[in-house]
Write a protein that binds this ligand. Structure first.
Ligand SMILES: [Zn+2]
Length: 224
């Protein structure tokens, strides 16, 4: 049976990297709605042009549009053959999307194997994301925990004063974290009631967090 997983986690939980590691290990496909939207815009289809306008105006893509992007992608993957399953990253993210998700998969004779929730504390997320700095001049990235510049606050290459993205200021991170919890709590509750939720403590270095995710995923392959 195919392995179809939904990955949920706040920004900064390492969701993308963890999903990518599981995808590689089990030969799965990876569907990220962010990537689907970018690809559609780049392809300049009628839908892509419409989505571009919505995004440029600072609005969110509607449930309906997100659903049809995901549906087209799943259909395409199933047609290609050798289908082993999909990790859904960033979808479903609202209760409306979660409600229609089983039906969407059902159209392709697929079902959700599990919803993996990477629990991460606000403290951990702030620590991780606020460590990301870069040089505005040469664009070199610095991680203040794993690879700080040699001279405090200065780029190793050109000596320019390094900065943090506005999004990664602690106050903004905390706000994004709270928005995530508010939006996602109902989705988590929805899947928990269906007995599909598998959560784990993601407050660990990335490698350890990947190992914990694998421990959840491996037994699912044994299910009939
Ligand atoms: Zn520089």
């Amino acid at each position: 049976m195919a392995l179809n997983l939904v990955f949920l986690g706040p920004p900064g939980a390492g969701k993308g990297s963890i999903a990518e590691a599981i995808v590689k290990k089990y030969g799965l496909a990876h569907i990220s709605t962010g990537e689907l939207i970018r690809a559609e815009v780049a392809a300049k289809t009628a839908l892509g042009k419409r989505l571009e306008k919505i995004i440029n105006a600072g609005n969110l893509v509607s449930n309906e549009d997100a659903k049809s992007l995901v549906e087209n992608k799943v259909g395409g993957l199933k047609k290609k053959g050798n289908f082993k399953g999909i990790i859904f990253d960033g979808y479903p993210r609202s209760l409306v999307q979660a409600g229609g998700f089983e039906e969407l998969l059902g159209k392709f004779n697929e079902k959700i194997s599990a919803v993996v929730y990477i629990e991460s504390s606000e403290e951990q997320i702030v620590k991780r994301l606020s460590a990301r700095w870069h040089c505005p001049k040469c664009k070199k990235d610095y991680n203040m925990i794993f690879g700080p510049p040699k001279l405090k606050g200065k780029c190793d290459i050109d000596g320019a004063k390094i900065v943090r993205r506005e999004d990664d200021e602690p106050e903004i991170i905390k706000k994004r974290y709270r928005v995530f919890l508010e939006e996602t709590a109902p989705v988590i509750g929805f899947f928990e009631k269906k007995g599909l939720l598998k959560k784990y403590d993601g407050n660990a270095p990335l490698r350890e967090s990947i190992a914990r995710a694998e421990k959840i995923v491996a037994p699912l392959l044994m299910q009939p």
